[in-house]
Design a protein around this ligand. Structure first.
Ligand code: F6R
Length: 240
């Protein structure tokens, strides 16, 4: 794993944006795997600024997001589709038809997930996958468990994730109890992975991942099996 320890959140965001921008510059029709949550917001802001300044072109870029709550309407301000439109897609010159988020209203979730994995393959696979990490080591919504699921699937959220995500809702009761999430296979098939990690709350999960061991109790540790992972964290996350 390539590790960058940045002074603070803003430096982390700028460094991560540079890495993603270099992929887009080298391959203007690349496929990005994207994440939501508070961690990548600063990076999305930097990417949008580069686009506005005419330094980065998203016209040929395709995106696939990691996950979406279930059930949820795309128009719900808590949905990940809404989040992506607001924090990135509405602020860059991407064709919205080229942006993909799992459908939180899909009547047949298994069919939705299977079609998503096929669509990623048909697009040529993900050139760079952006990840955040849960306090418990989850990536996407692949939660710690005895077994991890390879394919994109419906996932019940753990109490700790519902609690962590309740900050975006008026109460924990309103957090959907399920999500559709890319499984470990589409994540690990990405040609390159960048994981952004900020804040003291992520310290334990980060340290365990960097120790090089692999356990399904911390799904991010599986990234140790991938040959091209860039970790961009801040000092709070690194030092605890
Ligand atoms: C979001 C996602 C999640 C988050 C993780 C960290 O698409 O896949 O795994 O990356 O929950 O969330 P934040 O950044 O809010 O701490």
């Amino acid at each position: 794993m390539k590790l960058y320890v940045c002074k603070n959140y803003d430096e982390m965001s700028a460094k991560a944006a540079d890495v993603v921008a270099s992929v887009i510059t080298l391959k203007p029709d690349c496929v990005l795997g994207l994440a939501t949550g508070s961690t990548p917001v600063g990076m999305y802001k930097c990417l949008a600024e580069m686009n506005k300044a005419g330094k980065l072109d998203f016209a040929g870029v395709k995106t696939y997001n990691l996950d979406e709550y279930y059930p949820i309407k795309a128009s719900d301000p808590q949905s990940y589709r809404y989040f992506m439109n607001k924090n990135l897609f509405n602020n860059i010159n991407i064709d919205i038809e080229n942006t993909h988020v799992l459908n939180g209203e899909a009547p047949d979730t298994d069919a939705e997930c299977a079609a998503y994995d096929k669509a990623i393959e048909a697009a040529g696979g993900i050139d760079i996958q952006v990840l955040g990490i849960g306090n418990n080591g989850h990536i996407g919504f692949n939660e710690p468990a005895d077994e991890l699921v390879a394919a994109t699937h419906v996932q019940g959220l753990t109490e700790s994730t519902i609690e962590a995500n309740s900050r975006f809702f008026s109460s924990a009761d309103e957090v959907p109890k399920h999500a559709l999430t890319m499984g470990m296979a589409p994540i690990m098939k990405a040609k390159r992975i960048i994981i952004l990690i900020s804040g003291k709350g992520k310290h334990a999960a980060l340290k365990e991942m960097l120790s090089g061991g692999i356990t399904t109790k911390n799904p991010a540790t599986i990234l140790n099996l991938h040959s091209d992972v860039t970790v961009v964290c801040d000092e709070d996350a690194y030092n605890g």
